[in-house]
Design a protein around this ligand. Structure first.
Ligand code: NAP
Length: 292
């Protein structure tokens, strides 16, 4: 007799982001009513990369949906590190700006790390500064990097048990893999970080209760490596004729995993949502509003 298998839970980031936006709209209204100021996110786009322009536009649209302002700063490709840092300083000193997002990547001649570090911690709603990362790692108040922070929110919303679990994060970038691993560690997972020099990636994935794909290589992580009942989180998105694929081969994963993020509609919407949520929080803090 075959035993019917429980269907995997779809970790639907699109639906959760929509739900959170309703709450954010109310919080934005409260800030406006109590302070006469509108929470505002400044986005800085350097150069003319079309994908970056699309991401910035999506972030501006998300601001609009919750009643926030977004200030769009566009700078030419020839901008120097010094000019970009001066622009960031100007935004740091503008009381009408509550959060600053420098769209990654900037042109190669610019020192991106130095520019990230120029962002005031109180306005680092994208969680890109070393100080913000360090504070997050030490479990002090800070805005987390938006993609991993959004993933943590999605897992918590679905009551995914993390404590004591084996988590494998594939990718170690500053904005995704590293903060993701630290957040999972702080949630009491036993964390393994994999990267391009890892020997036998499959062996690591095969023992993971939680797998996070953050590599930027289409379907690098194979469905057949996923352990029965694992939670599968895919941060990647690669457009295809059929809509797109992630960094994990998701075909077949529904019958193996206990839960998984769809691509698209899983991690992506939570990233932008986290950015907006953290900007609202920054506006509340700057206005001295009780957010407890
Ligand atoms: P990244 O900076 O290019 O980093 C990629 C990481 O993957 C690096 O640590 C690299 O290792 C590792 N890697 C590359 N090839 C590998 C291989 N064959 N085996 C094991 N590890 C390998 O990328 P990222 O910015 O973190 O982005 C990762 C993915 O997340 C991309 O698909 C990106 O589109 C997506 N993403 C999504 C969102 C969202 O909002 N949904 C936001 C950001 C990124 P090394 O360090 O050894 O080079």
């Amino acid at each position: 007799m075959s035993i019917a298998q429980e269907p995997a839970t779809v970790l639907d980031g699109k639906a959760l982001a929509k739900q959170i936006e309703q709450d954010l709209r109310a919080r934005v209204d409260t800030i406006k009513a109590k302070t006469g100021r509108t929470p505002s996110l400044a986005t800085i786009l350097v150069g003319d990369d079309p994908a970056s322009a699309t991401y910035v536009r999506m972030k501006g649209n998300a601001c609009k949906r919750v009643g926030m302002d977004s200030i769009r700063v566009e700078m030419p490709s020839a901008t120097t590190t010094k000019e970009l840092m001066a622009k960031i300083d100007e935004l740091n000193n503008d009381p009408d700006v509550h959060g600053i997002l420098l769209q990654h990547p900037v042109p190669a001649h610019i020192d991106e790390r130095a520019c990230f570090e120029q962002i005031d911690l109180a306005k680092d709603v994208d969680g890109v500064t070393c100080l913000g990362f360090g504070r997050m790692a030490m479990q002090q108040s800070a805005y987390g990097s938006c993609t991993p922070q959004g993933i943590m929110h999605l897992l918590a919303h679905h009551d995914i048990e993390l404590s004591g679990k084996e988590a494998v994060v594939v990718g170690r970038s500053a904005i995704l893999g590293k903060p993701m691993a630290m957040m999972l560690l702080n949630a009491n997972c036993t964390v393994t970080m994999c990267h391009s020099k890892t020997q036998d990636l499959a062996a690591h994935i095969k023992r993971a209760d939680i797998v996070v794909g953050a590599v930027g290589v289409p379907e690098l992580i194979k469905a057949e490596w996923i352990k029965k009942g694992a939670v599968v989180v895919d941060a990647g998105f690669h457009p295809t004729d059929n809509g797109g694929v992630g960094d994990i081969e998701l075909t077949g994963v529904e019958s193996i995993a206990s839960a998984y993020t769809p691509v698209p509609g899983g991690v992506g919407p939570m990233t932008i949502n986290t950015l907006i949520r953290q900007t609202v929080e920054a506006a509340e803090k700057s206005a001295g509003l009780d957010i407890s």
